[in-house]
Design a protein around this ligand. Structure first.
Ligand code: FAD
Ligand code: MLT
Ligand code: ZN
Length: 437
């Protein structure tokens, strides 16, 4: 009965739990936390369990606190352009709800049918449209959260200008369930952009592709997405899902580009592409079906790579000028430190965020992770762009964060959760490990 809550989406991280608790209201969450705190029971908050860094599963035998039953979804506030949603509402449900009221929730990701409002806040999910609308933190105008001892903090007024001290919503966003349990949030909506144009650009090399991503960002205000993948990933998607490339021949790499506006952004995209050097071929979607087909080629990467066995998922940001060389260098590095393993590259080129997935490596063997993430830090990049630290990236956090920053992290953790019962071992070392280390 509890198995589905104890293993992560990739199958790389699995644990055991004495209990899965599924509260149906903020008051019930508060009571559960009060009891767990009283008895010193460790708790893992869990939403849709689509997280990719092992942060939402009970690897240390914790109680699983599933928030999926927190299904509050208020009417859209038309004047404010905001909505209040419970932690368990999925991103797809929130998007549909906003759309039905003439608005749009702009955070979007392949896991939209399962990922929840609470989980995306806890991880500060980025996703496919971050270049235009920002990530989850930029959508948050208020939060309701339950502290480790059961106290409820509620600041859901949604005032856009509100400089009354520390911004707790922002702090809890990206805290990965280590500071408090998010029970509801007030979220910013955007006016819809009904006219959409989607194109797949082919390149013979990564350098012009990343240069094109930067150029399009600069010259096309309607740009919503610039997604990157290589021929290897496209071939795997085709092989396993039957999807076809729109091109009659293979190219080295691709950019999926989408622009949207109130009026047709097609002509603007067309002239921006015409001004872009290095584009070897272009396929423009002429219908919704074609548009979905192009998106499938990108979005299916996560799923098809997972069929090769649990991948080591490295989710990194690099300074723009380092992106193209990084792809080649990491392919060689992986062969050096793990001969026979395979590296897959895709991601959000507009944000400088590459997903490096390595398959053919045992789940517990971190040689590749160490080699790649050390290179990332050396290049001035981030070892976690959008998935969070969880347990998978904890050994590498010091590559990006100074001892001073980490000591402030620990002080914040102690202020919110003095008994250390919320997600021990996620983002920061568990208390015993910290004492040993
Ligand atoms: P979970 O996986 O359940 O939990 C994630 C973390 O949040 C855990 O640490 C957990 O303890 C904590 N948590 C969950 N709910 C709460 C709560 N209510 N209060 C406090 N803490 C909580 N991520 C991106 O950023 N961009 C993408 O484009 C993207 N695409 C994806 C595509 C696929 C196919 C998959 C499988 C994953 C993708 N992800 C992406 C990763 C994942 O979907 C996100 O990290 C998402 O935010 C997790 O939401 P969730 O509800 O599933 O959270
Ligand atoms: C994506 O961009 O597809 C997601 O972050 C998921 C992944 O990295 O596999
Ligand atoms: Zn991503």
């Amino acid at each position: 009965m509890t198995a589905g809550y104890a293993v992560d989406w990739t199958g790389r991280f699995s644990g055991t739990t004495p209990a899965v608790v599924r509260p149906g209201s903020t008051t019930e969450v508060s009571r559960v936390m009060e009891i767990c705190c009283e008895h010193g029971l460790a708790v893992v908050p869990q939403g849709g369990n689509t997280g990719l860094v092992g942060g939402g599963v009970p690897l240390g035998g914790e109680v699983v606190l599933s928030l999926r039953r927190l299904r509050r979804l208020d009417a859209v506030e038309q004047a404010a352009g905001q909505v209040t949603a419970g932690a368990g509402v999925t991103i797809a449900e929130l998007q549909d709800h906003a759309e039905a009221s003439g608005w749009r929730y702009a955070v979007d990701l392949g896991a939209r049918e399962s990922a929840t409002v609470g989980g995306t806040i806890a991880t500060n999910a980025g996703g496919l449209r971050m270049i235009r609308y920002g990530g989850t933190r930029q959508q948050l105008t208020g939060i309701e959260a339950v502290l480790a001892d059961g106290r409820v903090l509620s600041h859901l007024g949604g005032l856009v200008k509100d400089n009354t001290g520390y911004d707790l919503a922002s702090l809890l966003c990206g805290s990965e369930g280590t500071l408090a349990v998010v029970s509801a949030a007030r979220l910013r909506l955007h006016p819809p952009s009904p006219e959409v144009v989607t194109a797949l650009l082919a390149f013979s090399d990564t350098s012009p592709a990343f240069a094109a991503a930067a150029g399009l960002r600069r010259t096309l205000p309607e740009l919503e997405a610039v997604e990157f993948f290589l021929h290897g990933g496209l071939a795997l998607v085709s092989e396993l899902t039957g999807a076809k490339s729109p091109f009659s021949k293979a190219f080295d790499c691709y950019l999926l580009v989408e622009a949207a506006g109130v009026t047709d952004p097609g002509p603007a995209l067309e002239s921006a592409i015409a001004r872009t050097t290095g584009v070897a071929d272009v396929a423009v979607a002429l219908s919704d079906t074609q548009r979905r087909r192009l998106w499938h080629l990108r979005e299916a990467h996560t799923e098809v790579i997972n069929t090769l066995g649990p991948p080591h998922k490295l989710d990194v940001t690099l300074p723009h000028e380092a992106l193209a060389a990084f792809v080649g260098d990491v392919s060689e590095l992986v062969q050096e430190v793990a001969p026979g393993a395979e590296a897959w590259f895709f991601g959000h080129a507009g944000d400088g965020n590459l997903h490096v997935n390595v398959t053919g490596v045992e789940p517990y063997d971190d040689t590749v992770d160490t080699a790649v993430l050390s290179l990332v830090a050396h290049l001035g990049g981030s070892i976690s762009a959008e998935h969070g630290v969880g347990r998978a990236k904890l050994p590498y956090l010091h590559l990006n964060r100074s001892p001073g920053e980490l000591s402030v992290f620990r002080a914040i953790k102690a202020a919110f959760d003095p008994r250390g019962i919320l997600n021990p071992g996620v983002l920061l070392p568990a208390p015993d490990a910290a004492a040993e280390g």
